[in-house]
Write a protein that binds this ligand. Structure first.
Ligand code: FES
Length: 372
């Protein structure tokens, strides 16, 4: 039903719908609340206003071209999306006034996809308002259950509606819309395919703690974010350090892949009484009670940044997984299913803490290490 649709009060007993629900007991209602259909004249339909495209073929043609232009521009923006997805480097950024530093690719992808769908939308609206059938109709009320004849009629009405779009008579619109919608499906598929995870799972197992990334030499533990080395005598009992490998400096200097490298290399370091450490391997991989563990939660990868020095527990703030440092970071609570991987550390000749080897198991969520 369109805006001009009306219902005849009182027809087929439907006039009762205009009466307040409690009006069966008219004696209890004030006279002003008892609705009298006779007091309401049917306003009827306003005069029909013809559109330019209804009367002038040139106007209809112009509207058709406008619709096709919008669909064509939509295709252009979709192509911009597709090209940008591959062409804009992941690390490219630019300054966005009022917002700050933004990833160029995110902004271009968002804007191009937004304009692509917006232009399809306004093209369709313009098409409906200028070219599709502009007939005003009145639909009488009827019983809710439709008869087979009425259902058949509905199918006919839908078919007539499709015919009234003139889509078969206007191939320019038909093909430009088909092209716009068809192309628009590609970015969606592309994003799904691009989000299925890295093709090379081995990449996830590598962190920049691997001495191969440092010419085979042990890697110094650095404070995060100052990137200054840590001496053993600076780590007092009960203290905790957030640590990055010195190999991260190369990524910082080049300004490339910093976040990806940090995401897997983050380490938390703390010192406790060596006598409290119950797992011999954990004690051997530390120095005088100084232990280093991956900071990436083995549940779904949040940063395990909370150290409780009285209980020697590490807590992940995301879902409260709790790891007992005295038991080689065994999970004692929460959804994580695997201890935090330990990083073996020693002291170099200058008194600084270094890692002589990388992690011996994948860091982060458990599914990273599941064998293929
Ligand atoms: Fe740490 Fe869920 S990510 S508990």
């Amino acid at each position: 039903m369109n805006d001009h649709e009306t219902t005849e009060p009182g027809q087929d007993g439907q006039g009762a719908a205009l009466v307040p629900a409690a009006s069966h007991d008219h004696e209890t209602l004030p006279a002003s609340l008892v609705t009298d259909p006779d007091h309401f004249a049917n306003p009827g339909l306003p005069p029909h206003v013809h559109r330019a495209a209804d009367d002038y073929p040139a106007a209809a043609k112009r509207a058709e071209r406008q619709v096709a232009t919008m669909f064509g521009l939509s295709m252009l923006f979709t192509l911009v999306f597709l090209v940008s997805y591959f062409a804009i480097p992941d690390e490219a950024t630019f300054f966005f006034p009022g917002i700050g530093l933004a990833k160029t690719q995110n902004v271009v992808l968002g804007l191009s996809l937004g304009f692509a769908i917006f232009l399809i939308g306004i093209g369709a609206v313009h098409w409906a308002k200028t070219l599709m059938s502009d007939v005003e109709m009145v639909e009488e009320r009827h019983a809710q259950a439709s008869t087979p004849e009425q259902r058949a009629k509905a199918v006919t009405t839908v078919s007539e509606g499709v015919a009234s779009t003139q889509v078969n008579r206007r191939p320019l619109i038909k093909y430009s819309l088909g092209g716009a919608l068809g192309l628009f499906a590609l970015p969606l598929g592309l994003q799904v395919a691009g989000s299925l995870g890295p093709v090379n799972v081995e990449e996830l197992k590598h962190t920049i703690w691997d001495p191969k990334d440092n010419g085979g030499k042990p890697i110094r533990l650095m404070r995060d974010p100052e990137m200054t080395p840590i001496r053993l005598d600076e780590v007092t009992n009960g203290s905790v350090f957030h640590v990055m490998p010195e190999t991260l400096q190369k990524y910082i200097d080049e300004g490339k892949g910093v976040l990806e490298a940090k995401a897997k290399a983050a380490v938390i370091l703390m010192r406790l009484d060596p006598d409290l450490i119950t797992v011999p391997k954990a004690k051997d991989w530390g120095v005088d009670g100084v232990l280093a563990y991956s900071k990436i939660c083995t549940h779904v990868g949040c940063a395990v940044g909370l150290y409780e020095q009285q209980t020697h527990h590490l807590l992940c703030p995301c879902h409260q997984s709790t790891f007992d440092v005295t038991q080689d970071c065994k999970v004692i609570f929460g959804p994580a299913r695997r201890p935090l991987p330990q990083l073996k550390i020693i002291v170099d000749d200058a008194g600084y803490l270094v890692a002589p080897q990388g992690f011996m198991e994948p860091v982060g969520p458990s599914f990273w290490e599941r064998a293929r």
